[in-house]
Write a protein that binds this ligand. Structure first.
Ligand SMILES: [Zn+2]
Ligand SMILES: [Zn+2]
Length: 293
């Protein structure tokens, strides 16, 4: 199959180039950048968060430990004291490819998530937040390519070497999909899939409309989503899945999607998102941390 996938991937890339001609500017800051990739400065600014202390399970940013001056940072501060893991599966590879200490945030310590690990490219703020809003609400779908490549970099780092996972986007409800016309998570997942050569399998469906997560207490968010996802096809036995979304805040959506995949025989789920929260945000905000979602 590999001999067939590669030409198909090139064809698809050529087709996208025709539809969305590559820019010579950085999609985040607009500075000149070869090939329209995220420029070096933005890459550094975003990845600075990944070098900070984060929960080894859900990847939320535990605070400002080890932080550096950063022009994109609009909020911050230490909000949660890291705690040593007492239970749960071994932590995955840490950010930046270096082993991180075995740290869990209070939420993961209280209730270990069903997914193996979750990682975000950066915090939901600044240029990264702006680019997500442009993709979703200004319909700048061309952004999915450079942003999807950022996702691919962290996915490759997180998934154990030698694994050949399937890429599964978090679905939108039918109503939301009709209103927006596209699922941003699927656009990002497609780019990640093309970038790494991992097959895309949009196998999840949102089968039940759910009230907005915003404003619900944390405990109510999980029951709000319970039973709202279903499988719309078969998954090969023994599959490892990479679940893709644009933003993760409390992780309720990721938890529920993971449960659905595990119930279908998937052996492990890794979650990658563009933006993640500071740990303390997850306890007070809606599932996506923004009433717009
Ligand atoms: Zn830039
Ligand atoms: Zn956590």
């Amino acid at each position: 199959m590999r001999w067939l996938l590669s030409p198909l991937r090139e064809l698809w890339t050529d087709f996208l180039d025709l539809l969305f001609p590559p820019s010579r500017r950085c999609p985040l800051c607009g500075a000149a950048a070869e090939g329209g990739e995220v420029c070096h400065r933005c890459q550094e600014m975003i990845s600075a968060y990944r070098l900070q202390v984060g929960c080894t399970c859900c990847g939320c940013f535990l605070g400002a430990a080890g932080s550096r001056d950063d022009p994109g940072r609009t909020s911050g501060g230490a909000h949660a004291a890291p705690v040593t893991a007492a239970a749960g599966p071994p932590g995955p590879t840490g950010r930046g490819g270096t082993p991180s200490p075995d740290l869990l945030c209070p939420h993961c310590r209280e209730r270990y998530p069903p997914f193996s690990a979750a990682r975000a490219v950066g915090l939901y703020e600044g240029l990264l937040k702006e680019s997500i809003l442009r993709l979703k609400f200004r319909r700048e779908r061309w952004l999915a390519r450079p942003l999807g490549r950022l996702l691919a970099a962290i996915a490759e780092e997180m998934v154990p070497a030698g694994t050949h996972p399937l890429v599964v986007p978090v679905p939108l409800s039918r109503k939301r999909l009709q209103a927006r016309g596209f699922n941003q998570a699927e656009c990002l997942a497609r780019e990640l899939s093309l970038s790494l050569g991992w097959p895309l399998l949009p196998v999840l469906r949102k089968v039940r409309e759910t009230p907005p997560q915003t404003g619900l207490p944390r405990s109510a968010r999980l029951s709000n989503l319970s039973g709202s996802f279903a499988l719309a096809g078969d998954i090969p036995p023994g599959t490892v899945a990479v679940l893709v979304d644009d933003v993760i805040t409390t992780g309720s959506t990721a938890r529920e999607c993971t449960r659905t995949l595990l119930a279908a025989g998937v052996v492990a789920v890794y979650v990658v998102t563009l933006a993640g929260p500071l740990c303390s945000r997850g306890s007070t905000e809606g599932d996506t941390g923004d009433p717009l979602f």
